[in-house]
Design a binder for this molecule. Structure first.
Ligand SMILES: Nc1ncnc2c1ncn2[C@@H]1O[C@H](COP(=O)(O)OP(=O)(O)OP(=O)(O)O)[C@@H](O)[C@H]1O
Length: 298
């Protein structure tokens, strides 16, 4: 099967700035990939190259097996810019109808697309009256025209409220389940952590890390935090059994390496009824992101 996106050793230099430095990435059908990185890390440059809007200096890029920007690639790729702008005097239905017509499809499909993104009730209202979240949904409806195999979404949830964000990701889940690949950039690490399959961290144009969250966790080898709650009167006994633990009220806080985790769990289990509860907190994507970015001098 042809990959929706294949990037190998991609390098792009602007005058005096290496925006991308030998970056490689493969996106499989049906996968949701998050592109993370500090301001100026190279995310937008990579997206513009994928869309064929920017030439590159070295490496190879294929989009659904075709050259970026070619008619073949453009047929299969959709793009949602961070601040999608639409004509405020048009209704959602008219705007999407226009885009459908431009693509040679029936404008009548606009209703169905707007329904899919939850804008059914507002379809006949002028876009000028829409909230930011509603305009983002119009953008997504536009991106769904022609059943793209690859969706490139630039910070699609910036400015959305928590419920709209959740709805947005639910929609992406549905698209991915139908086989579409999604590449999205974001600064919202918590939502990305839960809703994507692969995470790519760019730093100063270089690929600082890439993989699933658990792969990145293993590679970062950051400590796991544990909170053990002692039953009344057993705090000191548990503290003695767990060297390095810090007492905080009835709780004992400790952190350990991934490879020590199971040993400590066995020790806590051995304490039986003396333990009221245990909580384990693996490193968050925020910790992992800081780790790889810091390692890269950020
Ligand atoms: N047209 C351009 N001319 C010169 N330098 C550019 C140009 N476009 C981008 N750059 C530089 O390339 C680097 C990468 O920029 P890019 O816009 O790709 O970053 P980004 O990761 O998308 O950042 P942000 O999160 O702020 O959107 C930056 O140093 C930027 O200043």
């Amino acid at each position: 099967m042809i990959s929706p996106l294949n990037i190998s050793d991609l390098t792009k230099t602007f005058t005096g700035v290496k925006a991308l430095d030998a970056v490689s990435l493969t996106v499989a059908p049906g996968s949701r990939v998050a592109l993370l990185g500090h301001n100026g890390a190279g995310k937008s440059t990579m997206m513009k190259i994928i869309l064929g809007l920017l030439p590159f200096d070295a490496g190879t890029v294929t989009v659904c097996g075709a050259a970026p920007g070619s008619a073949e690639a453009r047929r299969q790729v959709a793009y949602l810019p961070e601040n999608a702008a639409f004509h405020p005097a048009l209704t959602g239905e008219e705007q999407i109808g226009q885009y459908l017509a431009l693509r040679g499809e029936s404008p009548k499909k606009a209703r169905e697309l707007l329904e899919r993104v939850g804008l059914h009730d507002a379809a006949r209202r002028r876009i000028g009256t829409y909230s930011k979240g509603m305009r983002q949904r119009v953008g997504l409806a536009q991106a769904l025209i022609g059943k793209p195999k690859l969706l490139v979404l630039d910070e699609p949830t910036s400015g959305l409220d928590p419920v709209s964000r959740r709805d947005f990701y639910a929609l992406l889940d549905g698209l991915a389940a139908e086989g579409a690949a999604v590449l999205l950039s974001s600064h919202a690490l918590t939502e990305v952590e839960a809703r994507t399959d692969q995470i790519v961290i760019l730093s100063n144009g270089r690929m600082a890390a890439s993989g699933t969250l658990s792969e990145l966790r293993r590679a970062a080898a950051l400590p796991v935090t544990m909170h053990v709650t002692a039953r009344n009167g057993y705090g000191s006994e548990i503290a003695d059994a767990l060297p390095g633990a810090i007492r905080v009220g009835a709780d004992l806080h400790l952190s350990c390496g991934q490879d020590e985790k199971l040993g400590i769990l066995a020790c806590v289990t051995g304490l039986g009824d003396k333990v009221a509860d245990i909580e384990m907190m693996p490193p968050s994507l925020e910790d992992i992101y800081s780790h790889f970015s810091r390692r890269d001098g950020q």
